[in-house]
Ligand binder design. Sequence first.
Ligand SMILES: [Zn+2]
Length: 54
Amino acid sequence: MAKQKRGKALKLQKNWRGTCPLCGRPRVKLAWPEKSGRDARMICKACYARAHRP
Ligand SMILES: [Zn+2]
């Protein structure tokens, strides 16, 4: 499977870079869903790792 969170594949998404709603860091890559579901917000890698690996 191609890498979905790097390079060209990532930049095909809109708003792929922004401010993370959890940690508030600006200009981070928002390529990870907060949780599995339809209304999931996109969060940064650090917050995703914290949420999914306690
Ligand atoms: Zn974050």
